[in-house]
Design a protein around this ligand. Sequence first.
Ligand SMILES: NC(=O)c1ccc[n+]([C@@H]2O[C@H](COP(=O)([O-])OP(=O)(O)OC[C@H]3O[C@@H](n4cnc5c(N)ncnc54)[C@H](O)[C@@H]3O)[C@@H](O)[C@H]2O)c1
Length: 348
Amino acid sequence: MKKIIITGSSGLVGAECVKFFIKKNFKVIGIDNNMRKFFFGKSGSIHKNTIQFKKDSSYEHHNIDIRDHKKIEKIFKNNSKDIYAIIHAAAQPSHDWAYQNPLLDFDINARSTLILLNYFKKYCKKSSFIFLSTNKVYGDNPNKIKLKSINGRYYPKNKNHYAKGFNEELSTDKCLHSFFGSSKLYADIIVQEFGKNFNLNTVCFRAGCITGPMHAGAELHGFLSYLVKSTIKKNKYNIIGFNGNQVRDNIHSSDLVNCFWNYLKSPTKGEVYNIGGGLKNSISINEALTYIESKLNIKIKKKYFSKPRSGDHAWYVTDYLKFKKKYPKWVQKYSIKKILDELINLYN
Ligand SMILES: NC(=O)c1ccc[n+]([C@@H]2O[C@H](COP(=O)([O-])OP(=O)(O)OC[C@H]3O[C@@H](n4cnc5c(N)ncnc54)[C@H](O)[C@@H]3O)[C@@H](O)[C@H]2O)c1
């Protein structure tokens, strides 16, 4: 039986991978210590996903910290012959949290990625290593294009190079990265270096907003999931900066896992792909609020803060053409409406 190691296996992306690879008859080795609860409190806990997965005989759970290199090595060593791939989705995922805790953020996001890469090279170098990177590696460079706001949403002002979304040509230099962006950028680069220097199958997926039913949305991380949840609970929603005109494209976690599957069938070495929902799946906070309000017939209590989060993107849309060209069989099944309706039905 082929085996796959998934770090962050109970989080949004990891959990979607667990479900997918069990269906494909893999033995799944999951690593997750519910650090998400430590980061974001009770609402961030992913414990119920772990309990659910443990019931499946194709799933083996390790409640360990990815920083614990001895225990991580043991997992790689014990399974070395059968490992088909590693999907590294464990992380401290929040911009704001990293600002308060840069050392711990670096340890988890950057140093632990290097630890995993070392064992990947030592024990299963013929397999593939998938890393969940982020559009925050581009820092606030996306904010350098001129925008106009129309009906509660930003649009690029001119028909510039990036009007349909940001591709991998966007520079990662000359910008404010945030501490989260910096730790992820280190990890992103080192994943590429292992691919290029040692001729290994490694890839970075630089994602924007990922969402889906397995998301334990918290205020500091999980935009749409948190928004739908707090609306249903009739909680106040804080809109930080840009008057709610800020735009994000959203990709469903199941569409993302399908990207991984396409990559694994034809892996490349040290590659980077921007991945996201694209222009069609983009929405502003104001638009999302209006849609949810009308669907649920609820008036959301909103509080506006004029100062944006440091380095926060005003308009970020992914151009995923590089990935689509290389893997033309990949199709996105979830529209933004389908994503929102699924979340509304889930929490309502
Ligand atoms: N969700 C998004 O919108 C988004 C966007 C861009 C990039 N990403 C990246 O995708 C990856 C997965 O994100 P997600 O949304 O699934 O996050 P998530 O928080 O839902 O999942 C991450 C999981 O990792 C676990 N974890 C964290 N630190 C750990 C540690 N030290 N040891 C063991 N387990 C640990 C957490 O408990 C959690 O279950 C992350 O690298 C994130 O930076 C996410």
